[in-house]
Design a protein around this ligand. Structure first.
Ligand code: IVH
Length: 741
């Protein structure tokens, strides 16, 4: 998959997940099955891992659940309620174990215990006890802020309202659910009273807990399993298993299938055991949760943005179905990628109707992978074919297979368009890119509109009242068009000159028009990082934008650096292409490629001004930037239409430099490089800790490095640091420094 395809796919996934999330959390009426939801989420996460630069501002991985619904008081969780990463097969589980060992620096045969327990398919709830009294119950909400459902929680028999011998502050977390029998009885009762029918036990549980009238909740048979905790005034135990036993001793119901496991094979065995009992449990579970047993290790492992490193949910597989491929549509994304979408004869897969699926790219349709190898044994996919729609943990919903025995006689191999269906420009496929891309740039209405939508999106300019729908409208408007970002900022002035005013239009009024102009005016002052992200440059995600902003600190300085670096960027691209060509030629001749270091090739053999090389190396040396992103950025600034759009925009803005990093840790804002062997922690752990303290971790030593942490075996980096006079610490020195915080 090419970045452009990934990007289009990420956009699609964000939309689908948002709709599904809202339907699920706000309306308690799911529109897709859990398996499909998970599959979408997983696909999204996979793509974000493969293309970190493309991570969206409104990335679904950053969202746990949904914004709290209106009607309940909001409760801030003192300790965030997190979600879990997913594993879909044995390989993922082994990968989870391997990753943890690597992070902790444990060998593959060192003893490492986990717990395995059913993943209950309900909704999570946090119960806060103070001095043994149930003080507050809150739903997860978006993970930071949930809904106060204390009165409702008090009606649940499994939830004790008073504890003896508990820590002074104790937040118990677990799952509210409804048994199959209770669910069936509730729906039958609802039918008699012509009440709403619930789609499944989980939605019945959610709908019942989130009743504004606690008496209704009381009439609904809800249950609760405790499996985790939030804020604590004293630790519960040393291990997960013992902590769960402690919760049971305090009077909570804990799941009887919870087991301690020694390593990955044992976890998989426990998964099979639980899967075998799934049908007879009497309540819904959708997988098995594994957690590192030792709580001290859990603490070391810590968290990613929304999921713990020390736990994972191993989901049960989903289903598949066969249907007819009616048509293939091509969607054009923000960076021009042409993405084929299968239009299917609607088919139910695991209770959900599927009528669209991704076909990834032209190679996938042709039965080839990115390297020219076969997929589906080389079978191509044709309009009219019977195709298998697969919705398990993999890419979902996707067309996985084709049934040649049912292929109608008149089908033809699908011819992938070589012109953009939106603007007619040539659609070009570059070496190494699996997407064919429209070459129209901003001339292509699809690209221009998608870029504008990105520009106003939440992590970019985030203009109230100017979302995707309004962008489509203004883009198509002849009286008051928005075709470039700068047009947004001239909207009010143009409206004032028009006879036909925005406020007099259908769907608009005086207030909404005034609000829109005010919202736009409000964003004339914009942080540099947001501006960079908003431009929608390929590979430049939120994180890269922030890194670029921190590095350049000033828009004009960055623009000048891009201009200065241009000759070196082009030379680097040429050198890269030469390396690629050499690789291909070598592979064809069955020999090893003679690959030269790409970065040094930039300078060799090309008459590049020194200043260009310096600017380019400075750009690609930013941690997380690199050649691909650097070249993409350079291309955007060198493209005359894009540059004109940037320059026009710039004139309307006051660009705010990034905040100086907070000085509350001795390494905040410092650039740290680790080298040599670390003995007390792994590189990954060292990096994560340093970043958590506000440091930037770079891969190589330069004049910008503030501190080198050198373990035994440190080589050229230590020497370079010494030459540059950079402070160098050993591992203990480093630990002393950060422990002092
Ligand atoms: S542990 C920090 N254990 O699954 C991790 N979660 O997909 C806290 N869930 O938000 C979660 N059964 O609502 C955990 N045995 C179990 C679970 C479980 C169900 C839910 C929970 C969580 C979601 C994550």
């Amino acid at each position: 998959m090419t970045p452009a395809q990934a990007e289009a796919e990420l956009a699609r996934l964000a939309g689908l997940l948002k709709t599904a999330n809202d339907a699920y959390y706000q309306a308690d009426e799911p529109q897709i099955s859990d398996a499909e939801f998970d599959a979408l989420k997983r696909r999204n996460a996979e793509l974000e891992t493969r293309f970190p630069g493309l991570k969206r501002a409104d990335s679904p991985t950053e969202q746990v659940g949904a914004q709290p619904a209106e009607g309940f008081a909001k409760v801030a969780h003192p300790v965030r309620m997190l979600s879990l990463g997913n594993a879909f097969d044995e390989e993922d589980v082994i990968g989870f174990d391997t990753g943890i060992r690597k992070y902790l620096g444990l060998s593959s045969d060192a003893p490492l215990a986990y717990t395995a327990e059913p993943k209950i398919d309900g909704l999570s709830l946090s119960l806060r006890y103070e001095a043994g009294e149930l003080k507050r119950a809150a739903t997860r909400g978006d993970g930071s802020v949930g809904e106060n459902v204390t009165a409702n929680a008090r009606t649940i028999a499994d939830i004790p309202t008073r504890l003896s011998d508990a820590p002074d502050v104790l937040e118990v977390r677990g799952e509210v659910y409804m048994s199959h029998a209770d669910f069936a009885a509730l729906n039958a009762r609802q039918a008699e009273n012509s009440g709403k029918q619930f789609a499944n036990p989980r939605n019945a549980a959610a709908g019942s807990l989130r009743q504004l009238d606690a008496d209704i909740t009381r009439s609904r048979p809800l249950r609760f399993f405790a499996y985790a905790w939030g804020e604590l005034s004293a630790p519960l135990a040393d291990t997960q298993m013992a902590a769960i036993e402690r919760l049971a001793a305090l009077g909570f119901v804990t799941n009887p299938l919870t087991r301690r496991c020694e390593g990955a094979q044992d976890m998989l065995e426990q998964y099979r055991q639980i899967e075998n009992q799934r049908a007879t449990l009497g309540y819904d579970i959708d997988g098995v949760v594994y957690k590192v047993d030792d709580l001290a290790l859990q603490a070391r492992l810590g968290f990613r943005s929304t999921t713990p490193r020390w736990a994972i949910a191993h989901k049960f597989p989903a289903e598949l179905a066969w249907t007819r491929l009616e048509a293939i549509d091509i969607q054009v994304g923000r960076t021009g990628a042409l993405s084929p979408v299968a239009r299917l004869s609607p088919v139910t897969v695991g209770g959900v109707v599927v009528s669209n699926a991704t076909l990834h790219n032209e190679d996938y349709i042709a039965g080839r992978d990115a390297k020219g190898g076969e997929i589906r044994n080389g079978k191509d996919i044709r309009i009219g074919d019977w195709v298998q729609v697969y919705r398990a943990g993999d890419v979902i919903p996707k067309v996985a297979d084709v049934d040649l025995s049912r292929r109608p006689d008149e089908t033809r191999p699908y011819v992938f368009p070589t012109r953009c269906p939106e603007c007619g420009s040539d659609a070009i496929r570059e070496e190494g890119d699996s997407a064919r891309r429209c070459s129209g740039g901003l001339i292509c209405p699809a690209q221009a509109v998608e870029k504008l939508k990105h520009f106003v999106s939440r992590a970019a300019f985030d203009i109230d009242g100017l979302g995707a729908r309004q962008i489509e409208m203004f883009y198509a408007d002849d009286v008051l068009p928005i075709r470039t970002p700068a047009d947004i900022f001239t909207l009010q002035a143009r409206d004032e000159q028009n006879l036909a005013k925005l406020k007099n239009r259908e769907g608009w009024g005086d207030t909404s028009a005034r609000n829109l102009f005010a919202a736009i005016a409000d964003k004339r002052r914009i942080p540099l990082a947001r501006l960079i992200f908003a431009l929608g440059i390929r590979h430049v995600g939120e994180v890269a934008a922030r890194d670029l902003a921190l590095h350049y600190r000033d828009w004009d300085a960055m623009a000048r650096a891009m201009d200065a670096a241009r000759p070196a960027a082009l030379a680097c691209r040429a050198a890269d292409a030469a390396v690629e060509a050499e690789r291909i030629a070598a592979a064809a001749q069955g020999r090893r490629a003679r690959i030269k270091e790409t970065r040094s090739t930039v300078v060799e053999g090309h008459a590049i001004p020194e200043a260009a090389t310096v600017a380019w190396e400075d750009l690609i040396g930013i941690d997380g930037v690199g050649i691909t992103l650097g070249a993409s950025l350079s291309d955007a600034f060198a493209n005359s239409e894009e540059r004109a759009a940037f320059d026009a925009l710039r004139n309307h803005l006051t660009i705010l430099p990034p905040n100086a990093p907070s000085a509350d840790s001795p390494v905040a804002g410092k650039t740290v490089v680790f080298t040599g062997t670390l003995e007390k922690m792994t590189r990954a752990e060292a990096k994560a800790r340093a970043e958590a303290l506000g440091a930037k971790v770079a891969g190589s030593v330069s004049a910008k490095t503030d501190l080198l942490v050198a373990g035994p075996g440190a080589g050229s980096k230590a020497k370079k640091a010494a030459d540059l006079g950079i402070e160098t610490l050993d591992e203990d020195g480093w630990l002393a420094l950060i422990d002092a915080t």
